[in-house]
Design a protein around this ligand. Structure first.
Ligand code: BES
Ligand code: ZN
Length: 868
């Protein structure tokens, strides 16, 4: 494991007990000032007090001792590198309680960190700002001086001084509001005292908002705050939130501990949503539903995001990780639970099946790299903390919890959860604490099993061998670490629950073993040699299966005739695809198996196939036979497109709606003439206002049209962008602009991404959309090299920059490009992107090897397949 970078943590000799904070944001000058008294406990007699503070100017620092005596620090030293302030006193401060008072000034910045400004247009057409906070992971220190570590929980009383016509919000309900004594235009608003909580969950919003509200069946007041005049758009989230609260109350067996919860849409927001206790903040696209303009997939996403952030109100807020090394406890668990609750509220989404394509497969993809990291990862410096909000903490975390849930069963799992939450409420935990509670509840060796998954990097590939012993089938299972470059030599082993299903009863687990060592045998009574056997039914185990050719051949007909359930069909395919990437088998095998899916009708299966097709598309875009691949894909998607057509059927299934959009998008992208023509026609009618495109078809239509676009069409898209008010629509348009293949337009899209027409929160997604085509890939990289300083200044590292770097580099496929990317980043040394860069370099080199290995065979196969 890499050692965390040297970075000073707080010494622990002083602990905060209660913060009494007053904040006054100035929404015109975009600055704020504040003052606070913090009740502290001095645990060891000391001459020094250290706390976190960043980009704040401090004034009037003093300490009041219990005797009433006031002491001033002899020196106040700012350590920018450690994001700390060190107060040194002449006399030793005695053990016991004291009060630290400080006044401070700061700027409402544009970095979407700390307390920042978010721009909106008022009903009168004026440009205005709200003041908003985003503290996770380490940015509370940019708003008020504090002991900014998750284990240093305290209570908070917050007071806001705000213009009288603005809405003031914080974690707790308002308890009083008064006109300011010296300025009648200001109002002084006090909020109730919070429970014990971590600094990263404190939140404040001041701005102009409307809201809708309801009370949940368990008596919690729920409000959804929206931009002025858009309260209708909050209704869907309100409905989800009011139903989710009692569901979690029942599931966790603990009531939501605060009297209210607000969900608010923020115009400028770096991540998707943030679980601040009692005041959850969201990007507009992650909260607002406009019945005419929101697509089914976005609605589903909003349900998941609301479910996720509300799960944190217990898991994360009530019980919090001790340190960021255990971040996955928060994020992995909330990601798992968001599916539980959406499955409960919207069974028609079949969301657990979608979990596998959205979450599980994405984790395995990243985790096959040598530069992956264990779920529990040492971190020190804030930039390292930001970098672990990734597919491992979220998606691998959720996947191993799903595997554990399946291994323990829902009853014991729930019981263990209740124990855990009850035992540690208002406290902090290590990963082991969760295992302890689950072991007690289940009497199973949870800690032993799970630490193999959370402390080691990667996951196993289980190779199967099969022979017949009379009436019985005997399987030999052997595990070894799966590495994307096909190498072995790593001796890690995991404790692996492995299930088996057979042809007689395709959706039943007939046998379950716990593979503990390198290898084990499984005897299947009465299973004949001529029937299929499938491992990992339901695709719950976090590993890959490698079948021998004969076993795989037996499974293919069961894919074709859909005897195997969807999760098993897609699991077999995706495992095979990973074997191909690792060079264990040829890409041609996967192309052949793809054809077994021509009669497929399940959205989730198609979505998994589409993932792999998209990977192959990136790879083969480096070759001169890409057009044959395009023809192959058009053929693959043709039949299902005919079944679905362009028009939604009355009362059709949610998943068919998603599937139509996927399939038409693919055919458009790969240039199916009829689809391109229809897309153009429909867009013209949409622009002319003669027939509005349904929201579900817009993304595929926009992308298809833009991929063929000339200047005039591009202008038309920009016009649509300017006219759109809903962020979701603006996103849809701006993220389709990158589909253009025209070099001049590509440059225009990149300029547009950086312009003031695109919010900073959205810029990187527009650049990424450019990087997804072959001509755009080099253009986006050249653009990044030229503009990296501005991009870094805008975001100051963090989550958005790592996403950008990953997507604009990882699809190159030559040693030459690997070397170029490597040199660039070696030169620039951008903190918080080290691991991401290593992962990208590894992927580029894997792509290069893959292309080398298989391109001739693929060329031959495609030439034949597309000319038959
Ligand atoms: N706690 C995170 C927000 C966060 C992410 C803060 C990264 C700091 C850095 C929140 O609970 C979250 O996970 N948000 C997700 C959405 C969620 C539905 C997966 C996000 O913002 O992408
Ligand atoms: Zn989260």
């Amino acid at each position: 494991m890499p050692e965390p970078k040297p970075f000073e943590r707080l010494p622990g000799n002083v602990k905060p007990v209660h913060y009494n904070i007053t904040l006054q944001p100035n929404l015109v000058k975009c600055v704020f000032n504040g003052s606070q008294d913090v009740d502290i406990e001095i645990k060891e007699a000391t001459k020094q007090i250290k706390f976190n503070s960043l980009d704040l100017t401090l004034r009037d620092v003093k300490v009041t001792l219990p005797s009433g005596e006031t002491v001033l620090p002899a020196s106040t030293e700012i350590s920018t590198a450690n994001e700390m302030v060190v107060l040194t006193f002449e006399e030793t401060l005695p053990i016991g309680t004291a009060k630290l008072s400080v006044a401070f000034d700061g700027e409402l910045n544009d970095k979407m960190k700390g307390m920042y400004r978010s721009k909106y247009t008022s009903v009168s057409g004026e440009e205005r700002y709200s003041a908003v906070t985003q503290f996770e992971a380490t940015d509370a220190r940019r708003c008020f001086p504090c002991w900014d570590e998750p284990a240093l929980k305290a209570t908070f009383t917050i007071k806001l001084i705000v213009p009288h016509d603005r809405v003031p919000l914080s974690n707790m309900p308002e308890v009083s509001r008064e006109t300011h004594e010296s300025d009648r235009n200001l109002r002084v608003v006090k909020f109730a005292k919070s429970p014990l909580m971590s600094t990263y969950l404190v939140a404040v919003v001041v701005g102009e908002y409307d809201h809708v509200e309801d009370t949940s069946s368990d008596g919690i007041k729920v409000r959804v705050y929206t931009p002025v005049g858009k309260q209708e758009q909050g209704k869907f989230a309100l409905d989800v939130a009011t139903k989710v609260l009692p569901y979690y109350k029942e599931y966790f067996n603990i009531a939501y501990p605060l009297p209210k919860i607000d969900l608010i849409a923020i115009a400028d927001f770096s991540v998707g949503a943030m679980e601040n206790w009692g005041l959850v903040t969201y990007r507009e696209t992650c909260l607002l539903v406009d019945p005419h303009n929101t697509s089914a997939s976005q609605r589903q996403w909003i349900a998941l995001v609301v479910g996720h952030e509300l799960a944190h109100q217990w898991f994360g807020n009530l019980v919090t990780m001790e340190w960021w090394t255990h971040l996955w406890l928060n994020e992995g668990y909330a990601t798992f639970v968001e599916f539980l609750c959406v499955d409960h509220l919207f069974p028609e989404y079949d969301i657990w099946t979608q979990f596998v394509t959205n979450t599980y497969i994405r984790a395995l993809e990243l985790d096959g790299l040598k530069n992956s990291h264990p779920i529990e990862v040492p971190v020190g410096h804030p930039s390292e903390v930001d970098e672990i909000f990734d597919d491992i903490s979220y998606n691998k975390g959720a996947s191993v919890i799903r595997m554990l849930h399946c291994y323990l069963g829902d009853k014991d799992f729930k019981l263990g959860m209740n124990k855990y939450l009850n035992r540690h409420q208002y406290g902090n935990t290590y990963t082991e604490d969760l295992w302890a509670a689950l072991s007690e509840a289940s009497n199973k060796p949870v800690g032993d099993v799970m630490s193999t998954w959370t402390k080691q990097t990667g996951f196993p590939m289980i190779s199967v061998k099969s022979h017949q012993d009379g009436d019985n089938r005997v399987l030999t299972l052997t595990q070894q670490r799966f590495l994307a470059d096909g190498s072995t030599g790593d001796n890690s082993t995991w404790m692996v629950p492995v299930g088996v299903s057979t042809e007689k009863n395709p959706s039943k687990v007939v046998e379950e073993v716990l593979l503990e060592g390198k290898t084990t045998k499984v005897v299947l009574d009465g299973v004949s040699a001529c029937t299929w056997v499938k491992l990992n039914p339901g695709t719950v185990g976090y590993y890959r299966i490698q079948y021998p050719p004969e076993m795989l051949a037996q499974l293919i007909p069961a894919i074709k005739n859909k005897q195997l359930p969807p999760l098993d069909r897609l699991g077999i395919f995706d495992d095979l695809f990973s074997m191909v990437q690792a060079g264990h088998t040829s890409t041609v095998e996967v192309l052949k198996v793809l054809r077994a899916f021509e009669d497929e009708t399940d959205y989730t299966v198609w979505s998994a196939l589409h993932n792999c097709v998209a990977r192959l598309n990136q790879l083969l875009s480096h070759t001169d036979f890409h057009k044959n691949f395009a023809a192959f894909v058009r053929h693959l998607f043709f039949k299902i497109s005919q079944q679905l057509g362009w028009e939604a059927k009355a009362g059709e299934k949610h998943l068919d709606t998603l599937l139509r959009s996927l399939v038409l998008g693919q055919l458009g992208l790969y240039g199916e003439e009829a689809v391109v023509a229809e897309a153009k026609k429909r867009l013209s009618a949409h622009v002319a206002d003669t027939a509005t495109l349904p929201a579900d078809l817009r993304s595929p239509v926009y992308k298809t049209v833009v991929s063929q676009a000339d200047e005039k069409t591009y202008e038309q898209m920009l016009k649509l962008y300017h006219e759109a008010d809903l962020h979701e629509e603006k996103d849809r348009i701006s993220r389709s602009l990158g589909a253009t293949r025209d070099p001049n337009l590509i440059q225009r899209v990149l300029q547009f991404a950086m312009s003031s027409e695109v919010r900073n929160q959205d810029t990187i997604f527009v650049i990424i959309s450019v990087a997804m085509t072959a001509p755009g890939r080099s253009a986006a990289w050249a653009f990044f090299k030229k503009n990296h300083q501005e991009l870094l200044d805008r975001y100051e590292g963090g989550y958005l920059v790592t996403r950008l770097i990953r997507y604009i580099t990882e699809n190159f496929a030559s040693e030459e490009m690997a070397a170029e990317v490597e040199n660039f980043f070696r030169d620039k040394q951008i903190p918080g992107t080290e691991r991401t860069v290593k992962q990208s370099l590894e992927t580029i080199r894997l792509n290069a090897a893959w292309l080398q290995r298989d391109q001739d065979a693929i060329r031959r196969y495609l030439a034949e397949a597309t000319h038959e």
